[in-house]
Design a protein around this ligand. Structure first.
Ligand SMILES: [Zn+2]
Length: 223
């Protein structure tokens, strides 16, 4: 379903058996980015490309919040289809490289690795149309996890760090619970309360809502 903000428009798709959120983000110029393309089946690929073609979107970049399989299953297809660069977190390349070793175990025989074209770290910015994303470094769920924050649009795409009422798992390679909580409390909870969080799974939420109600990391848990 579409989420309409002041300048930016967001189309969310839920793809692959992990119910991963893939986002197409565009503004009034029709320039767009695709965040975490999790499309794997032919139908999912077609759903994504039909949307961008029907809306005459000009895809500029493919962005990954982190390199877990469910977020990158469609990297190779999307990169090949749109012929645009793939931008990934500088410290999560190893996470991404490891996917080809376990993809067949999960039944994704057709997974093909896509080569990153540019590595991102905190402080970098990404521009498309009239929009700008700032890169935030948010390790803990994955060692090189990053988020894409738009200050004027009051939104962040923060992958599997913070969910509505939950947090990302920390039992995968490179995960660390204390690091994750630190990322949430020091980075995400430093953002204004009305910033909307578009997560890698589940519904959007807000910083203010999670600060109060999240049972894993609410500020009320701080003594
Ligand atoms: Zn993940």
């Amino acid at each position: 379903m579409p989420y309409i903000c002041t300048m930016i428009s967001i189309q969310a798709f839920t793809f692959n058996p992990f119910s991963e959120n893939t986002y197409v983000v565009f503004d009034e110029t029709n320039e767009a980015v695709i965040i975490d393309p999790g499309c794997y089946s032919r139908e999912e690929q077609k759903t994504l490309t039909s949307f961008t073609e029907n809306n005459r979107l000009k895809i500029k970049y493919i962005l990954n919040t982190h390199g877990h399989i469910d977020h990158i299953l469609g990297n190779d297809f999307v990169k090949d289809f749109y012929k645009v660069p793939l931008l990934v977190g500088k410290y999560d390349v190893a996470t991404q490289r490891s996917v080809k070793t376990y993809a067949p175990v999960y039944g994704f025989e057709n997974y093909r690795e896509a080569e990153p074209d540019q590595l991102l770290e905190e402080g970098n910015t990404i521009k498309f149309g009239t929009s700008t994303f700032k890169i935030l470094f948010l390790p803990g769920h994955a060692p090189g996890h990053i988020g894409f924050y738009s200050e004027p649009d009051k939104l962040i795409f923060s992958g599997d760090v913070l969910f509505e009422g939950s947090i990302g798992r920390t039992d995968l390679p490179g995960g660390n619970f204390d690091t994750l909580i630190h990322s949430i409390q020091q980075k995400l909870f430093a953002l204004p309360d009305d910033v909307i969080v578009y997560a890698g799974h589940g519904n959007p939420t807000s910083i203010g809502e999670e600060k109060i109600t999240n049972p894993f990391c609410a500020l009320s848990l701080l003594k």
